[in-house]
Design a protein around this ligand. Structure first.
Ligand code: AMP
Ligand code: GLY
Length: 405
């Protein structure tokens, strides 16, 4: 099987790493990729959000499967163009990806499918926003309706700040605050069937103790020893199957990964958000533990032939993100990175990296690296991850010291 992966972050490096270990995958390409991915796949330049360009590249390479990583190409219709070119694609259509692309659409689908989630109002005017804030009370939760790369949500006790975010976004979803630990559950979907990966947890705030601004994710681990028994089955039954069923009834079969962000509230799991793609950095730990060969699984999703549930290896995986100076506000780029060699039980996934003029690896994004540690239990996985993190040299970089503690 010849596979082309679209994207250039840590998630795509993790996808390519797993695909390169699948004996069924005979040829692996990535566009645009990064230097880490370049060690396991052939890289090609591409404008990832241009459907015609991506479908053209897939055709020229003669691949059997295209895997679309990030949300922006999905919402731009890249998967539609690839499928129209007669090539199997892992990733939902533009319209089905609106489950992530519009929070109002996601809420409407959940309401129709009777999926447990926070009560919410879609607001456009300042008067509507003010009324919704008063209806739900504090803490206020105000979400930009559209894609905002992790910066669209404000949770605050400050009414003026909540109103200002609503005004700045234009169209927002204002909702009830959900209390309880957060869990990410990913379901692979083939348009009619879905199978779960195991639960994972990510750390969204920039600094230790869940302080500081929201980020794309500063670390993750799997499995969750504390997760209630039967959680996966309950979420498949109450959330995933009703949601893909509802999308199917609307003529929007979902092929790809449905990312369910949950709060485990005292009244049971409730959906915080849907994404139409693998989460980053949860993917780095989940794929490390996935035993079922990835290429076959993704191809089965793309061709409507999903079968048995994926199997996971025993043991734990923990990933710690090394972020650039000034991330998430305005990350500093272009600094040389050293200390990237693997250590026992740990390895480096590249996210925001590039090649410098002299061939050295330099920082090129906010989340620069995602260091994965593994071990028989969470504590050893964590130790292995941090041991390698301590060897990395990148001027001004920062990371959380409390991932999976
Ligand atoms: P999202 O982009 O929807 O994942 O939101 C980012 C973060 O905001 C989530 O991971 C939660 O920590 C928080 N959040 C979003 N919605 C709610 C809610 N209804 N109640 C509490 N926290 C929320
Ligand atoms: N880790 C959360 C996300 O990918 O949005």
């Amino acid at each position: 099987m010849r596979v082309l992966v679209i994207g250039s972050g840590g998630r795509e490096h993790a996808l390519c790493r797993s695909l390169s270990l699948d004996p069924q995958v005979s040829e692996l390409h990535c566009a645009p990729g990064n230097p880490g991915i370049g060690k396991v796949a052939t890289l090609h330049p591409v404008d990832a959000v241009d459907p015609v360009e991506v479908a053209g590249l897939a055709g020229r390479l003669g691949v059997d499967l295209v895997v679309v990583g990030p949300e922006a190409p999905l919402v731009a219709g890249v998967a539609d163009a690839v499928r129209e070119a007669g090539i199997a694609c892992f990733g939902p259509s533009r319209e089905a990806a609106m489950i992530e692309g519009s929070k109002a659409f996601a809420k409407e689908v959940m309401r129709a499918a009777d999926v447990p989630t926070a009560r919410a109002r879609v607001c456009v005017t300042p008067e509507e926003a003010a009324a919704a804030l008063d209806e739900f009370g504090t803490p206020y939760v105000v979400k930009d309706d559209g894609l905002a790369a992790g910066k669209g949500v404000v949770v605050t006790g400050d009414r003026a700040e909540a109103l200002e975010h609503a005004r700045a976004c234009g169209r927002v979803v204002i909702e009830e605050f959900l209390d309880g630990p957060e869990v990410s559950l990913f379901a692979l979907c083939d348009g009619s069937t879905a199978v779960p990966l195991q639960p994972a947890q990510d750390f969204k705030r920039a600094y230790d103790g869940d302080e500081g601004p929201n980020t794309g994710g500063m670390g993750a681990y799997t499995p969750l020893p504390w997760a209630p028994e039967g959680l996966t089955e309950q979420v498949m039954r109450e959330v995933v199957h009703p949601t893909i069923g509802e999308l199917g009834r609307r003529g929007l079969p979902f092929q790809g990964v449905l990312f369910v962000g949950l709060a485990l509230t005292s009244k049971g799991p409730k959906v915080i958000e849907f994404n139409a793609r693998f989460g980053d950095p949860e993917t780095q730990v989940l794929l490390d533990r996935l035993e079922t060969p990835l290429g076959g699984l993704l191809m089965a999703c793309a061709t409507g032939e999903l079968g048995l549930d994926p199997v996971f290896r025993d043991g734990s995986a923990v990933t710690v993100v090394v972020a650039a100076e000034n991330y998430p506000e305005s990350p500093v780029k272009g600094d040389v990175i050293k200390g990237l060699e693997p250590t026992p039980g740990a390895y480096v996934i590249h996210a925001g990296t590039a090649r410098g003029d002299d061939g050295e690896i330099v920082s090129a994004g906010g989340r620069v690296l995602s260091v994965v540690g593994t071990g028989p239990d969470q504590e050893s996985a964590r130790r292995n991850a941090y041991e390698l993190v301590s060897r990395i040299e990148l001027r001004g970089s920062h990371y959380r010291t409390d991932i999976a503690r």
